[in-house]
Design a protein around this ligand. Structure first.
Ligand code: FE
Ligand code: FE
Ligand code: MG
Length: 172
């Protein structure tokens, strides 16, 4: 493929789009691993429902990493080659689970999704009406991240309510 590194698509520098996509790429791998390991260590009430959700999200984040890597390559860039680079490029960072309780795990993941939503919203704003292919990919991922956040929040609320009702029935 021809090197298009210094080209511009309707006022957006391709190098800048590649840089933003590589940062999102780092986020996706870290999000994938966070869900992967959370699903392994999570404990507590209704943990099976949480495991199903965490596993599904891990699969989605890996698919996002694929989509972003393919777009970086199409633009003539190179996806980050070393896992160490994930930590120097990430927007959202990596939070290892410290408290394995299902409610704490869900809260960590909700924070991660909120960061992913703001990252993809920013990229979408920058490439809108300029790099339409990237815009479409980023919008599709953004819709998934919004759904992730909603699913986790709903599960978090269900489990919290259930825990609360058990506490109340013990007191009665
Ligand atoms: Fe993602
Ligand atoms: Fe997500
Ligand atoms: Mg889900």
């Amino acid at each position: 493929m021809a090197k298009r590194g210094n080209s511009i698509i309707k006022g957006v520098e391709i190098e800048e789009v590649i840089r933003l996509l590589n940062k999102a790429y780092a986020d996706e791998w870290l999000a994938y691993y966070q869900y992967f390991i959370e699903s392994k260590v999570v404990k507590g009430i209704m943990k099976d429902a949480a495991i199903a959700e965490l596993d599904q999200h891990a699969t989605d984040e890996l698919r996002h990493a694929n989509m972003v890597a393919d777009r970086i390559l199409q633009l003539g860039g190179t996806p980050l080659l070393h896992p160490q680079d994930w930590f120097t490029h990430t927007n959202c960072g990596y939070e290892e689970p410290k408290d394995f309780d299902v409610v704490a795990i869900l809260e960590d993941s909700i924070k991660g999704e909120q960061c992913a939503i703001s990252t993809y919203s920013e990229i979408a704003d920058i490439v809108k009406d300029k790099d339409i292919v990237t815009y479409d990919i980023v919008s599709e991922i953004l819709a998934d991240e919004v759904e992730h956040e909603e699913d986790l929040q709903a599960l978090h609320d269900d489990i919290s309510e259930f825990v609360e009702s058990i506490k109340n029935s013990c007191r009665a």
